[in-house]
Design a binder for this molecule. Structure first.
Ligand code: FE
Length: 352
């Protein structure tokens, strides 16, 4: 090839790219345009397998949850997005309330995924579906707090724990989802009193992420905190000795084992409202429910499979007691119903 023809080829490619964009939109294409808030290397093998078995090529756009929502809204009906991966029921509920998802009907998903891990069904179908779960657990300092005093979420509001509690922001999606289900169980009045109790037990104003709360318990700044299981599992597996030592100083409790079960949240997927490859997107979601994909989807981030009856062998989750626990079975659809109410309660009780 002469340098001249190479030049033309490069120009032609630039023209094709400019004309079509990087994400093809023709309905007959064997293509899936995926907007993903998950960035785990293990996911690549999962996507490759999908392409190998279906011939459908995946074009992935990686962004965080807020970025994906903003992009979908800005693109409107012209959006090339076919499927969307997000983490957390509260974020799913928010996107759903903004009309960004297309309800779908799938017998495969109906059979594979427990109904409580999906959006509330309507006559049109179901919008979002959870494909992995993470538990929201309590970590505590065994030198300052007794296990019996932190066996339930309700006990976190007990004056016994005054000056000991640390959490990330109350209005972070992980906490909004947890609080939405607690309020569903306790009712509004008791639920708000519970939130008020959490605020009066704070060791410090809410700040940082879940990992920061675990480290603050290990350092003695806090006596008890709340975290998603995968953050604790990551510290168990950390390459940094000080992070592994931090995990050795704290204990993990799966709350409410004798009552309602431990709150679990989801990472999940939905078909985009304006999907040009709707059938491919549904096929992709059904693939995510297969045992092969479940192994990658869950294990890639130290999570639990969402599909009924599937288990993953994850030593880090085992180490924190995640092998066998009773999970809450309140439908995560209530997160959508209670989210605004919870935010108003947080404002009233001064939960930052
Ligand atoms: Fe997270």
């Amino acid at each position: 090839m002469t340098s001249h023809s190479r030049h033309i080829t490069a120009a032609a490619i630039a023209l094709i790219t400019a004309t079509c964009g990087t994400l093809p939109v023709h309905a007959q294409d064997k293509v899936l345009n995926l907007y993903s808030a998950r960035h785990y290397q293990t996911d690549d093998a999962m996507y490759e397998q999908f392409t190998k078995t279906t011939g459908i090529k995946i074009n992935r756009v990686d962004a965080d949850d807020a970025g994906i929502l903003a992009r979908l809204k800005a693109e409107g009906a012209a959006s090339p997005a076919d499927a969307i991966l997000l983490v957390d029921a509260a974020r799913m509920a928010l996107a759903d309330s903004q009309g960004l998802f297309l309800p779908i009907k799938s017998k495969v998903l109906d059979n594979a995924i427990p109904a409580n891990l999906r959006a509330t069904p309507t006559a049109e179908g179901v919008t979002w579906t959870g494909f992995s779960t993470r538990a929201r657990v309590i970590v505590y300092d065994p030198l300052r707090v007794k296990a019996a005093d932190v066996a339930t979420y309700e006990q976190l509001a007990d004056p016994k724990l005054k000056g000991l509690l640390c959490t990330r922001s109350g209005s972070h999606p992980y906490n909004l989802s947890l609080f939405a289900t607690v309020i569903e169980r306790l009712g509004d009045e008791k639920g708000e009193a519970w939130l008020k109790g959490l605020v009066s037990n704070m060791a410090r104003a809410p700040k940082g992420g879940d990992t920061d709360q675990i480290k603050a318990v290990a350092s003695g700044e806090c006596g008890v905190a709340i975290t998603n299981t995968y953050y604790a599992a990551r510290l168990v597996k950390s390459a940094k000795p000080d992070e592994r030592e931090a995990m050795e100083k704290v204990r993990v409790v799966f709350p409410n084992q004798g009552t309602s079960g431990t709150h679990v949240n989801i990472a999940g997927a939905a078909v985009a409202k304006h999907a040009k490859h709707r059938d491919n997107a549904i096929q992709f979601m059904e693939y995510l429910a297969s045992p092969f994909a479940q192994g990658y989807f869950a294990n890639g981030n130290h999570e639990f499979p969402a599909v009924k009856g599937l288990k993953v062998d994850n030593p880090a989750l085992k180490a924190i007691g995640g092998e066998n626990f009773k999970a809450e079975n309140i439908p995560l659809g209530v997160v959508a119903k209670n989210m605004t109410k919870v935010q108003q309660m947080l404002d009233r009780v001064g939960y930052k």
